[in-house]
Write a protein that binds this ligand. Structure first.
Ligand SMILES: [Fe+2]
Length: 395
């Protein structure tokens, strides 16, 4: 860390600071005093890439949202990989892309005003509007949409533990959030934003009690919940690590596909850290097929992966990331799991608003921009062969 501090000051100036690791597992660095409106030099990008490779989750706090745009955010994302269009933002073969992952019809980008998410601008007019953007890569995550709620706010149970898009041949490597507005009230009896309603996730029946209990321990202030699969792997006995490194998982995009084999254990090319990539039997219950361990029956695969998931979800590998407006938070999907927290919906007060923007990237990091992904590679791995336009790279 001493070395990191010295390099940080040399590259970003003496205002720049780093704190961490913030998680008990040894993950998470938090940088302050870095202005991402300015393009990054190769050395600056290199330092941040290295920070992520070693610490799995990196927060670059305090972007000035009166200047920092989603174009700046997308340019920044290009250093981590090729930004990938989100299925909410395009039609495929004339149908919403989210509905049918198998369809290979023509891609049609949906302009911002025709996206269902444009309704978030109607909830708090003149007070809270989405940052302007047209890019198909931006996913807007909000707990409000359309007219203000009436009656009591409701609290949803949170999502299921997962990594982003592990179900494609080339999985998402890095994802990132920009926080625009985070919930402020802490007025439950326990001093939190919401009380845990239990449940959530839509998990299949039949998981054991302990795994179910661990899955349901979720943060209550709108934080994103993470689990550190590099620390969890490092904590296993050597013999077991060696066995796990031989394991291949059969992943499928759709039920009935033959699918392909993908390694359970990945090694980070920069830090050499080994980690479990998405060690979950059914991370998207009823949306994507469950995973089979090569050479095992489906039942045995479930037992094997449920045990690993319970290992990874232990409190000592967990970290809840509190979102603060202006913070950019980046995570490595090969070295972490994450989950969305219980959130209020049907809200009446802007204080309860949770508004985040997500970008996700595939492929290799790039110290300098523009990236030079070949059109063939983009066609094979990125929807519609999307490439961040020049005016965004040069913003
Ligand atoms: Fe996610």
């Amino acid at each position: 860390m001493k070395d990191m501090e010295a390099r940080l000051a040399a590259l970003f100036g003496t205002e720049a600071r780093v704190a961490g690791p913030l998680a008990t597992s040894g993950a998470v660095l938090r940088f302050t005093g870095i202005d991402l409106c300015a393009p990054l030099s190769a050395e600056q990008a290199g330092l941040l890439l290295e920070a992520l490779a070693h610490y799995r989750i990196v927060c670059i706090a305090g972007q000035d949202l009166s200047r920092f745009s989603l174009a700046h955010f997308e340019r920044f994302a290009n250093h981590w990989g090729a930004p990938v269009p989100h299925p909410n933002n395009f039609m495929r073969g004339g149908k919403p892309a989210q509905q049918n992952g198998a369809s290979d019809g023509a891609i049609e980008w949906i302009p911002y005003e025709k996206r269902s998410v444009a309704a978030v601008d109607k909830t708090f007019p003149g007070q809270l509007q989405c940052l302007p953007h047209e890019s198909p890569t931006v996913l807007v995550a909000a707990n409000f949409r359309g007219e203000l709620g009436t009656g009591e706010p409701r609290v949803g149970g949170g999502g299921s533990w997962h990594t982003d898009i592990e179900y494609e041949r080339l999985p998402i490597y890095v994802s990132m959030f920009l926080a625009h507005h985070a919930p402020l009230p802490r007025d439950t009896p326990a001093g939190t934003w919401v009380e845990n309603p239990g449940g959530g996730g839509g998990y299949f029946d039949g998981s054991d009690e302990e795994l179910t209990r661990l899955r349901r321990i979720l943060p209550l202030n709108g934080e994103t919940a993470y689990a550190d699969t590099a620390a969890a792997f490092a904590a296993l006995p050597k013999r077991e690590q060696e066995e796990l490194e031989k394991v291949q998982l059969r992943r499928r995009l759709n039920e009935g596909d033959e699918g392909w084999l993908a390694p359970l254990v990945r090694t980070n090319a920069c830090s050499g850290l080994k980690s479990l990539h998405s060690p979950i039997w059914a991370s998207r219950p009823r949306v994507r097929p469950a995973v089979e361990v090569d050479g095992m029956t489906m039942e045995a695969s479930r037992v094997f992966l449920d045990r690993l998931e319970a290992h990874v979800l232990q409190p000592k590998f967990r970290y809840d990331h509190l979102h603060v407006a202006g913070d950019v938070t980046i995570w490595d999907n090969y070295m972490t799991l994450h989950n969305s927290p219980p959130c209020k919906s049907n809200i009446q007060s802007i204080d309860d608003a949770r508004l985040l923007y997500r970008l996700s990237c595939k492929g290799a990091p790039a110290l300098t921009l523009p990236r030079n992904d070949s059109p063939e590679w983009l066609q094979a791995h990125v929807t519609g062969g999307y490439e961040t336009p020049r005016e965004i790279i040069e913003v």
